[in-house]
Ligand binder design. Structure first.
Ligand SMILES: O=C(O)CCC(=O)C(=O)O
Ligand SMILES: [Fe+2]
Length: 347
């Protein structure tokens, strides 16, 4: 029996209902680490539609065109195309890897040179940038709500609840947010290369927790599941005009486990995608890389940090960049064999 559900948080009348919304967001983050946001301000419905349209056009290009801007993960790059099986999020179960393709872009700004990008993205940079800025603004609202609910000190000058958000500006030095377009191609059940868990679910993206602070997601079809407890997976419904938000591992680490970064994965539910590909758009928000966010002056945060299996015991970590060193890009084959010290069985 499923004991937990993903809460829905209503962002309407944001200023007046701020304290109520803040409590609901904190509650969701403490319990399951995922929540749907409805009645958010940005991005607009047409911006979301446009981004899905661009994503579909992009993935419809030939493999060669897509590979022309392949992500060089061996060099630590976090931008570009990744084809089927390029990522293997759950090495415990997966032999080959994730049955998905993606394109990651770091923060898009007017001054940025994206000449190495596919023409489609160069020509439509403005649309992608507007969408990203809309996603970012909503992510910052979540951080303001969390700062308030965690009783972090407001800004002395302005009174704003910017303790968290001030280190997550859209344009920063030395860090970035990532816009990720994803496609999970449809295929027939029983096709060659399918990988299953013990219960015969077809795994499209292996179970993992995100590495960042907060992720916002749009999806076209069901398939995403959140682990509520050992052996209990919740299907995440696709709610119209809603953003799915979840806490990344950094949020859990830096709050000593108060905010939960839930394990999630994508499985194939053929009867719910009607033969169509599944598309999703993730927006991953990171703090500035040198931000010292370990010691949050919140009376709600436990003083003792629990052990985190993904971080070697005794490691001193105070900044976002230090944390990422232990997490980032460990989901790729070459990194997995280069880092035998990492316990992949923690999941
Ligand atoms: O495609 C999805 O629904 C989830 C993707 C995801 O979890 C990720 O890229 O980290
Ligand atoms: Fe994820």
């Amino acid at each position: 029996m499923t004991s937990k559900a993903i809460p829905v948080v209503d962002f309407s009348d944001f200023e007046n209902r701020f304290a109520t919304i803040a409590e609901q967001v904190l509650d969701a983050c403490k319990n399951i680490g995922f929540f749907h946001i409805v009645n958010y301000e940005t991005p607009s419905i047409s911006q979301v539609d446009r981004t899905f349209e661009l994503s579909k056009d992009y993935f419809a290009l030939s493999v060669d065109e897509k590979l022309a801007c392949e992500q060089d993960t061996a060099k630590g790059k976090i931008e570009g195309y990744l084809g089927l099986y390029a990522q293997r999020l759950d090495p415990k179960i997966q032999k080959k890897g994730d049955y998905k393709e993606s394109f990651d872009m770091e923060t898009l700004t007017e001054g940025r040179n994206i000449k190495h990008f596919p023409k489609l993205f160069q020509e439509n940079r403005k649309d992608l940038e507007e969408f990203s800025k809309g996603m970012h603004a909503t992510a910052l609202q979540v951080l303001e709500l969390l700062a308030f609910a965690l009783k972090l000190p407001p800004n002395e000058k302005t009174g704003a609840n910017d303790w968290l958000s001030s280190t997550h500006e859209y344009e920063t030095n030395g860090s970035t947010s990532v816009l990720r377009l994803l496609r999970y191609p449809s295929r027939k059940q029983g096709d060659e290369g399918e990988e299953y868990d013990q219960k015969k679910n077809v795994i499209l993206a292996g179970q993992h927790t995100d590495y960042n602070i907060i992720t916002l997601l749009f999806q076209t079809a069901p398939g995403l599941q959140v682990r509520a407890s050992e052996d209990e997976w919740i299907n995440v419904p696709v709610l119209k005009n809603s953003i799915l938000a979840n806490m990344g591992g950094m949020a859990e680490f830096f709050t000593n486990g108060l905010l939960k970064s839930a394990m999630h994965r994508v499985i194939d539910i053929p009867e719910q995608r009607n033969g169509k590909d599944r598309y999703s758009i993730g927006y991953f928000v990171y703090p500035e890389s040198d931000t010292k966010i370990t010691h949050m002056p919140s009376p709600l945060i436990p003083s003792k940090r629990p052990d985190f299996k993904e971080i070697p015991k005794g490691t001193v970590i105070t900044t976002s960049a230090e944390y990422l060193k232990y997490r980032y890009r460990r989901s790729f084959l070459e990194k997995q064999s280069n880092h035998p010290e990492v316990d992949y069985n923690y999941i």
